[in-house]
Design a binder for this molecule. Structure first.
Ligand code: SAM
Ligand code: SF4
Length: 325
């Protein structure tokens, strides 16, 4: 392994970084943020695009090969698409990905495709317009469905559909979501409901990855071997009879920590080495000073201190919208 790559104290190579470009969102999903939204950061408090580019270059020099941009809702931040286009021109060998609620995709899908986006994750928990409104509080499912169509028409590749599975809410929709994904050429991933927004998470609403698997329709689902680490913590299964694929992300009940290759950066430039930990390394000042050596040292030091497993850390109280999922 080359010296100067991001490797933690447990030998894990950290080559995937998720960057939240905003804490703002045009939805208010009940499991992600409070009804009134989160106190919005001012523009002064968040990294500018040129700061993000400087940070990404530093990460890339340390062996990071993929960046996922997320939020809040990343597409509500003005200038994201030109940023991604410039990013692709400057670092065409680096993969970029986006996680979005899909509501603004109709507008941006074409330009995102031109920006060389490697993969796109769209969050959609239910296909029922009423339930969609209930879970997002203010979202319009029509906009998301139009966004999905636009993404496909624009030729965007590797589109995944992410649904958080919640008992009593959408646990009866697995088959319908699978069919929808298949009809639209998307890969469905079912996600365990994580206890991050304290008011809404309950043990009863939680469905473990194991139970999710037992709920899959149509006979035997066989676990795929290996899979790309870039796929993150999802485990993929294929249906023996139909060849349909599905991903399950069991962040709560499974301990995929031993293969964790990721780091997260908040909109304010706080580097987190574990989703569940409240420890952050503030990078904004170093980045704004354009202190390349200081930044490199800070990244290496934070990587070395990455916790072995989330069960070892003091869990934080941030809403998911502040961490980017
Ligand atoms: N706004 C974008 C979106 O919704 O895709 C990106 C940010 S959002 C925080 C990223 C992902 O986190 C979404 O797929 C969302 O469903 C997921 N998420 C948020 N809160 C969650 C929770 N408590 N448990 C599991 N997943 C959660
Ligand atoms: Fe917004 Fe995404 Fe959180 Fe929903 S899950 S409130 S769309 S950031």
């Amino acid at each position: 392994m080359a010296i100067g790559e991001l490797v933690d104290g447990f030998g894990r190579r950290l080559n995937y970084v998720r960057i939240s470009v905003t804490d703002r969102c045009n939805f208010r999903c009940t499991y992600c943020m409070p009804e009134e939204g989160v106190a919005c950061l001012s523009h002064r408090d968040i990294l500018r695009y040129e700061d993000i580019a400087f940070l990404c270059k530093a990460f890339a020099d340390l062996g990071v090969g993929k960046f996922r941009f997320t939020g809040g809702e990343p597409l509500v931040r003005k200038g994201l698409v030109p940023f991604l286009q410039e990013f692709h021109r400057e670092m065409p060998h680096i993969k970029t990905a986006l996680t979005t609620n899909g509501s603004l995709l109709e507008e941006y899908a074409g330009e995102l495709s031109q920006a060389g986006l490697h993969s796109l994750n769209i969050s959609l928990d239910t296909l029922d317009p009423e339930k969609f409104r209930q879970i997002t509080r203010i979202g319009d499912i029509g906009r998301v469905l139009a966004g999905i169509d636009a993404a496909r028409r624009a030729g965007l590749k590797n589109i995944k559909l992410n649904a958080v599975l919640i008992r009593g809410f959408n646990d009866g929709e697995v088959e319908r979501l699978l069919e929808f994904a298949e009809e639209h050429g998307l890969l469905l991933r079912l996600i365990e409901f994580m206890p991050l927004e304290d008011d809404v998470w309950t043990k009863d609403a939680f469905i473990s990855g194991e139970e999710i698997l037992s709920m899959l329709p149509g006979g035997r689902w066989i676990k795929e071997d290996g899979g790309s680490k870039e796929d993150g913590p999802a485990q993929y299964f294929v249906n023996e009879a139909t060849g349909r694929r599905i991903g399950v992300i069991d962040a709560v009940s499974n301990h995929f920590c031993k293969n964790c290759n990721r780091l997260r950066v908040s909109a304010e430039g706080g580097l987190r080495t574990c989703l569940f930990s409240e420890n952050e390394t503030p990078l904004k000042d170093i980045i704004e000073r354009r202190d390349a050596d200081g930044l490199r040292e800070a990244l290496l030091a934070a990587a070395r201190a990455k916790p072995r497993c989330w069960s070892d850390v003091k869990t934080g109280t941030l809403h998911m919208s502040g961490i980017g999922g």
